[in-house]
Structures are given as C-alpha cells and as structure tokens.
Design a protein around this ligand. Structure first.
Ligand SMILES: N[C@@H](CCC[C@H](N)C(=O)O)C(=O)O
Length: 258
C-alpha cells in the first residue's frame, strides 16, 4: 500500500509526518516505522510522527524513534503543530495530546512555534552533570570543547552504562555561557548524534538556570542545527511555565510503499 508522507524539520531534527486521521498507517508495524526512518533504504529521519484524531483535543501526536521505540519529542511536537496548521486542523493555536500528556502551542507571525512543556519537579545534579526529565530523560554533561568532542562514542558510553543501559537516556554535552548555551546531543532511539533535540535543549536550559540560580527568564540555546529559545520560571519544587520556541519547516512530500 502507498502512504502519502510529508517531511518536516525543526533546527535540523527531521521527521517523517503522516496524516493518520483515517488510520491509513498501521502503527503496530514496527518494521514499517524503521523502514520509513531509514536514511538508506527508506525516506530517512530522526523519527516518525502520526497526526491522529482524539476527542477533546485538536489532535493526538504519536511519536516513534527510528528504532520504533516511543517517547516525547519537543522538536517533533513543534513540527506537528506546523503540519496541523498546514492540514487546516488548527489556526495559530493548538491543544494536543502526546506521549507525556496534554500540551498547548501557538504559531507566531514569523512562523516560529512556541510549545508549552510540562512542569519539571525533579532535578538530579552531581559532579559536572544534571539528569532532568522533560518528557524524555536527559543526562547533561558540562563540556568546554564541544567542537572536538566525539559525541557518538562519549554519548554511547553514558547511554549504555549500568545505570542507563535498560531504559536508555539521551545525552547532552553543554557549554554554559553567561547569556546562552551551546549543545550537542546523542539521542536514544536514534543511537547517534542529532542536529538538535527539543527536550534536550529544554533540560539543558533548566540546568543553566539552576547553575546560575536564575528565578525566571528566557535563554538562547545553540544546537548544531540552529537556535532555539527556552522560557522558564522557577518555583519551590522546580520549574514551571516552560516554553520551547523556534522554527519548524516543511521540507518535501511524497508517497512510499509500506
Ligand atoms: N528529538 C526529540 C526527542 C525524541 C525522543 C528521544 N530520542 C528519546 O527516546 O528519549 C526532541 O526534540 O525532544
């Protein structure tokens, strides 16, 4: 069967998107998901996103990693909002459901998508690292020389250590500047470096706020594939009013046999 698809990217984190409101695509077919995401034998992407109907929501955003596993995806959600606008499901505001529950988002005049993230209550920190869950788990390690870093082998070492080997974790290498952050990310489920990871950028921004003891603000995060911003407020337990802001763009469309 031929399935129509669209390709979107958000700061270089790229996704195959399928309008699955009439359940054309069988999401239990894990080998088909792996095939669509395969960069040599399929379309190629950092994940597959299905837009589906769900009562009381504008849409349900179903995300799969290229290996077929599931988690919450920040950049994917921003792309899903852009796709939902293209499909005419929403205008400039969205209320949708995803792996970690409900989210709101809006599209600004320049096309940037602002995505509301869940409150973060638990921040684990230790010597040179943070571990924060922003819908997906993120280990954050401070690094001064990001350019020279072998992200894949260093990331793999942490992702497959005794603590994380079963559940997995994403691993972010971060350089903390006074006014901004630089980041490179190893993603679980991709099992490689991606050009950007929205939940990772959010977690890194919160670690920056914690490190510099900031009570509220907005910080720019420079990923390999572009710049995102994160707004936040600090409370007694952690952080709330967390927003991930940045571009999400259509790349191409096509049809593929599954
Ligand atoms: N790229 C995503 C995160 C996708 C999920 C992650 N690979 C995991 O399995 O935890 C983002 O933009 O947040």
């Amino acid at each position: 069967m031929k399935i129509p698809f669209f390709k979107y990217q958000g700061t270089g984190n790229d996704f195959v998107m399928i309008d699955n409101r009439i359940n054309l695509f069988d999401k239990t077919n894990i080998s088909a998901i792996q095939h669509l995401c395969d960069r040599r034998f399929g379309i190629g992407s950092d994940g597959l996103i299905l837009i589906e109907n769900l009562p009381d929501f504008d849409f349900n955003m179903v995300f799969f990693n290229p290996d077929g596993s599931q988690s919450f995806c920040g950049n994917g959600s921003r792309c899903a909002v852009a796709f939902a606008k293209f499909l005419g499901i929403i205008d400039n505001q969205a209320y949708f459901n995803s792996t970690d529950g409900e989210h709101e988002a809006w599209v600004s005049a320049n096309g940037d998508i602002s995505l509301k993230m869940h409150d973060v209550k638990l921040i684990e920190k230790g010597d040179g690292y943070y571990f924060i869950n922003t819908g997906s788990p993120h280990y954050i390690k401070e690094e001064t020389n990001l350019k020279e870093l072998d992200v894949v082998s260093e990331g793999r070492e942490i992702r497959y250590n005794d603590r994380f080997k079963e559940e997995g974790t994403n691993v972010n290498f971060v350089k903390y500047n006074q006014e901004s952050l630089d980041i490179r990310t190893y993603e679980r489920g991709v099992e490689g470096e991606t050009l950007s990871c929205g939940t990772g950028v959010t977690a890194a921004a919160l670690s920056w706020a914690d490190k510099f003891k900031l009570s509220a603000g907005k910080v720019d995060v420079n990923a390999q594939g572009g710049k995102l911003s994160v707004g936040f407020k600090r409370n007694e337990n952690g952080f709330n009013d967390i927003w991930l802001i940045g571009p999400a763009q259509y790349v191409f469309k096509g049809e593929i046999e599954v």
